[in-house]
Design a protein around this ligand. Structure first.
Ligand code: PXG
Length: 301
């Protein structure tokens, strides 16, 4: 495996950053999780745009342009001969001293890992996930905007730990007002009264790329999707619930807090979105290798 760090590629064993990097010391940085399908990077520009927006919110000066950052992703895929997989792109505040003041960090650190992906088994898409509501609330928007995809994931990790204790596949996270924000690492959609609804980013959701993609697919699927605040009651009584995320794609929910959702089987709209998302991801995106000789020269990981 070849890992990009600040302009150079290193073997996995030698891919190291400073213990003085504020990404490590303070979670001071931003990241993206991106997928490659069939030799194309899905929604690359959208991921890089979100990365730059997250960095801007944190006043983190990017050492590369948008085009250069896209190149980093594509070149890391090429160096690893990756056609299908998962890409982790990280920009930290960089190395400083032990004080938290970013002024002591002259240059951001950029690294990129492209690897195979451990996806949910197909059974999950047939049967759905079991969810509970987390006791841990989302950090309020006026403390840290949920739109920022930062390296500080302790809120999400505390939620995930609750899931491990309770044996739940994923967890619904509420904001401090008690409205649904999202899940620990996925956005959430609900079919209610014949319409699909998802919480707004202002309720504590990440502006997910998969979320955005599903919202764009809605008109051609023949349904409208709107943003609105949702309560636990809305979820318990929904006809369908599905989650979205780069790694999970579109995944059904069969149970929440002991309540069976809808029929307990993935509903027709959920199935439609699973299929539409799969078709789109497998057929669009930034080409990694150009058109040439994909099948003969490039091996899958
Ligand atoms: N909400 C949160 C909090 C996320 O971290 C999503 C929603 C979905 O967004 P995208 O853009 O992927 O549609 C995410 C992203 C993991 C893991 O280990 C998952 C994410 C990020 C990092 C790790 O499951 N999901």
């Amino acid at each position: 495996m070849k890992i990009y760090i600040d302009g150079e590629f290193h073997d996995k064993e030698n891919a190291k950053i400073s213990v003085f990097d504020h990404g490590l010391l303070y979670g001071d940085g931003v990241f993206e999780g991106i997928r490659a399908y069939n030799g194309r990077v899905f929604r690359l520009r959208e991921h890089i745009t979100r990365l730059f927006d997250s960095a801007k919110a944190l006043m983190l000066n990017m050492p590369l342009t948008v085009a250069e950052m896209e190149d980093v992703v594509l070149e890391t895929c090429r160096r690893n001969e990756l056609c299908d997989g998962y890409i982790r792109l990280v920009v930290t505040r960089g190395a400083g001293d032990l004080g938290l003041n970013p002024i002591k960090c002259p240059r951001a650190t950029v690294f990129c890992i492209a690897t195979g992906i451990a996806i949910y088994p197909e059974e999950v898409y047939e049967k759905g996930l079991k969810l509970i509501t987390a006791a841990t609330q989302r950090v309020p928007q006026n403390a840290l905007s949920s739109a920022v995809k930062s390296l500080n994931y302790l809120n999400q990790i505390l939620v995930r730990l609750e899931g491990n204790l309770a044996g739940a596949d994923e967890l619904v996270v509420l904001n401090h007002e008690g409205y649904v924000a999202e899940c620990s690492a996925d956005n959430i959609f609900v079919l209610l009264g014949g319409k699909i609804v998802t919480p707004p980013v202002s309720a504590g959701a990440l502006g997910g790329i998969t979320r955005q993609t599903v919202m764009e697919l809605a008109p051609q699927a023949g349904i409208t999707i709107s943003e609105a605040n949702l309560t636990r009651y809305d979820l318990w009584t929904a006809d369908e619930i599905f989650l979205t995320g780069t790694a999970a794609e579109v995944v059904p929910v069969r149970e929440l807090d002991g309540r069976v959702i809808g029929s307990g089987q993935p509903g027709p709209w959920t199935r439609k979105f699973i299929a539409a998302y799969r078709a789109l991801t497998r057929g669009t995106g930034a080409e990694i290798f150009g058109n040439s000789n994909l099948k003969t020269h490039i091996s899958k990981p």
